[in-house]
Design a protein around this ligand. Structure first.
Ligand code: FAS
Ligand code: PHB
Length: 390
């Protein structure tokens, strides 16, 4: 097989890149190690920035998002037994975010790709990358016991944190930066009406809690948990009790509980690999960076990476190498701002095990500053809705 771009990884980054390239008349193949059902079974992100929404519109995969997604103009900060609304819409001159599950977004992109008759190879095993330091790179994979080779002009490494793409780069060509947080998030999905119209981020002495949703009938809740916790150690009742302990009384009182339809623990880390380009190999999304989900940036950063990458490939085929040469620096300027915001919001809202009285006092001061200063609230708001693209 020969294509212009071989995309490794069929998550949101891979499929969003694939759809943009299709619209630009650039042929590509998506190679995904898991089955389509497995990819769609992973419950992950829920908040889309304006820029991500616009990309889905541009590639013709936004119709169901606009029908079923929930547009939010604010978030709530909970602390000291009360909630305070941050008016995102007012503070950012009219911007909002969309609540629409990553699973749904990925399904819409997969359906759009299949509808256009484009090739995604699911259950592509033993993917290996070759000669990306030359102008004739290739990718090999095994499917049903047969080894296939894809000759291409470019390889897009959209295969996430544990993927093969970043792992294929010689260690001395890569610099990584990491911060591991001493806690995780225990997440529950339930067919229960959300407790609030908007998301509630709660700072509590027992730990962080987040009230989110997927629709008017399906809720997504998280509580900070110990790194050594296992999801199956937490009964549904234990989860609901702990969640309610961390919320204002009137919210806890109003909480509709029910059986969990998904329960999982995600570790929290900040991670950046630099640069994001190695010859004809370009990293995008979680393959290049990871942020703690507090700031709802992971999925949106993947979208902004592939927005720049699709533009860069289109410019290359139109005769300019400026886009591919600037890709890594352009992405990293935006990535580090999102890494900073996610680190700041995580540091503000979580209980740190080794914290003496100093840490919680500084958190309390920052929260008090946020609800009293329009400048402080504006900084949170403009980062949360997504900073402008360069
Ligand atoms: P993904 O990891 O989504 O996709 C990579 C794809 O590549 C996967 O389908 C994988 O199977 C495939 N792959 C891996 N290795 C391969 C190989 N060798 N060959 C072929 N294919 C390969 N973000 C938020 O904003 N909010 C959240 O609440 C949130 N929760 C998260 C919870 C968890 C457990 C995780 C892991 C991430 C979470 N994220 C969250 C971040 C998440 O949404 C990512 O940012 C988003 O999935 C990034 O998309 P991709 O870069 O496409 O990576
Ligand atoms: C979610 O709904 O999964 C979600 C929302 C906001 C976040 C993280 C996760 O910051």
């Amino acid at each position: 097989m020969r294509v212009q771009v071989a995309i490794v990884g069929g998550g949101p980054a891979g499929h969003l890149l694939g759809q943009q390239l299709y619209k630009a008349g650039i042929d590509a193949v998506v190679l995904e190690q898991r089955s389509q059902a497995y990819v769609l079974g992973r419950i992950r992100a829920g908040v889309l920035e304006q820029g991500t929404i616009e990309l889905l519109n541009q590639v013709g995969a936004g119709a169901r998002m606009h029908r079923e997604g929930l547009v939010h103009g604010g978030i709530e900060l909970g602390f000291n037994g009360r909630h305070h609304r941050i008016d995102l819409h007012k503070l950012t001159g009219g911007k909002r975010v969309m609540i629409y599950g990553q699973t749904e977004l990925t399904k819409d992109l997969m359906d759009a790709r299949a509808g256009a008759g484009l090739t995604t190879v699911y259950e592509a095993q033993d993917v290996t990358l070759h000669d990306f330091d030359s102008d004739q790179p290739s990718v090999r994979y095994t499917k049903d016991g047969i080894t296939h080779e894809v000759a291409c002009d470019f390889i897009a490494g959209c295969d996430g944190y544990h993927g093969v793409s970043r792992a294929s780069v010689p260690a001395d060509s890569l610099q990584t930066f990491e911060r591991i947080y001493p806690f995780g998030w225990l997440g529950v999905l339930s067919e229960t009406p959300p407790v609030s119209d908007e998301l509630i981020y709660a700072n509590h002495e027992r730990g962080f809690a987040l009230c989110s949703m997927r629709s008017h009938t399906r809720s997504r809740y998280y509580i900070q948990c110990a790194l050594e916790d296992k999801a199956d150690q937490w009964s549904d009742d234990a989860f609901w009790d702990e969640l309610r302990r961390r919320l204002a009384p009137e919210v806890a009182e109003a909480m509709v509980t029910g059986p969990s339809i998904e329960k999982s623990i995600a570790p929290l880390r900040s991670f950046v690999a630099e640069p994001m380009r190695f010859g004809r190999l370009f990293l995008a999304g979680d393959a290049a960076h990871i942020v703690p989900p507090t700031g709802a940036k992971g999925l949106n950063l993947a979208a902004s990476d592939v927005r720049y990458l699709a533009q860069a490939f289109a410019e290359f085929y139109a005769g300019s190498e400026a886009g591919i040469n600037n890709y890594s620096d352009t992405c990293l300027r935006r990535v580090w701002k999102a890494v900073r915001f996610s680190w700041w919001f995580t540091s503000l809202m979580h209980k740190f095990p080794d914290d003496t009285g100093f840490g919680p006092r500084v958190q309390a001061a920052e929260l008090d500053y946020l609800i009293r200063s329009e400048a402080a609230a504006t900084s949170l708001a403009e980062n949360y809705v997504g900073l402008p693209f360069e």
